[in-house]
Design a protein around this ligand. Sequence first.
Ligand SMILES: [Zn+2]
Length: 425
Amino acid sequence: MHADPDLARAIANDPQLWPDFLAICDCGGRLAGTESERRAFALINGIAEAATGITARSIPVPYGGWSVLRASLTLPGGATAPCQPLVRSVATPARGLVAEVIDLGRGTPEEFEAHHDEIGGRIVMVRHELMFAAGTIHRRRKYLAAVEAGAVGFLIVGPVPGRLVAGSSGRQEGPGIPAAGIAPETAAALRRTARGWPTARLLIESEERPAETHTLLFDLPGRSDNWILLSAHIDGHDGGESAMDNASGVAAMLAAARALAPRVATFRRGLRLALFSVEEWALTGSAQYVASLSASERRSIVLNVNLDSVGGSPALTALTSDFAGLEPFLLEVAEASGIALRTVRPLMQNSDHANFALAGIPALRLVAGFDDPNANLRYVLTPADTRDKVSAAELRQAATLAANIIAAAGMADDAQVAAWRHSTT
Ligand SMILES: [Zn+2]
């Protein structure tokens, strides 16, 4: 296989890649439902239209809107600490939830089991983990374990001194327990003493109402009605720039699209760009999109390449969602492009590609810094996820690899495409 050197050259000489990234960061954290998200949609839509020469199809995405009016945590002794309610957390009673806080460390199933009889009626405290690592226990699993064991509240401790941590509770509608991210110093003030578990007061005042965002689609047709779908999510969290997660993926996608746009008409398959939102809300935008597709529309998408957090480390990994048959193809493209790539096979439901994979569509997530605890990706979901954690070279590399994967997938013969669906290599 040969990588088209013109693609790499176009991206290397793309004067817009870095300014696009900065402009997306300038929009702010892009929490769904905020002015910051709306500004980002308008900006990115304009850039994508210029890149492709076509007008977006905009699909409405109704979702359960939610916003925080007030949140705080009162520590033993009366001091107040900041906290960041997890997306879609239920509110506490108006005067707050007063309960003892039980520290379950990392929050492994073993820790939940060992303390099973002590959790009822208490607020569970666990640690946020590096998300991009094998064996990570997702926040959602810990939250559900806390609910299951009868906890009345949930605190998750961020990794960065002086900084809160954000994330989704995973709750859609209905009951739940108040849940918030806190800084490590706050956790230290909640440690167990000889007197027992400390008592805290968690206050979350929130508002829920139906809301609507959208998915933007740009179709660049090839020579058949089959598609390679390149996706990235626009939304993020309050408090920072959501720069790695996911201004990096959106900027890399736009650069790949600019480089590919003049070529796609000659490909056997077209390129569909999908810009999703409410990804940080339990992957809602992509879930609705995939659910809306007929069986034949699903079959027409031969591959989803999802760019999420592709800056923050020069090491790129493809999460191949149990589609082992994809791996030789990806490695071949990466080698031809002169880019080191690792593949990791288990399906990880940590971004929009999961919804495609669950629907039987070969899907991968390109992510930077996987399994590297020192990579800047450790700042994702904290206010320290800012532009200074990402380099232009990382964005160029991710855009180049994505563009080469799409070009090769666009030209691959049908037998090769069929092999991607296999669960063995
Ligand atoms: Zn993300």
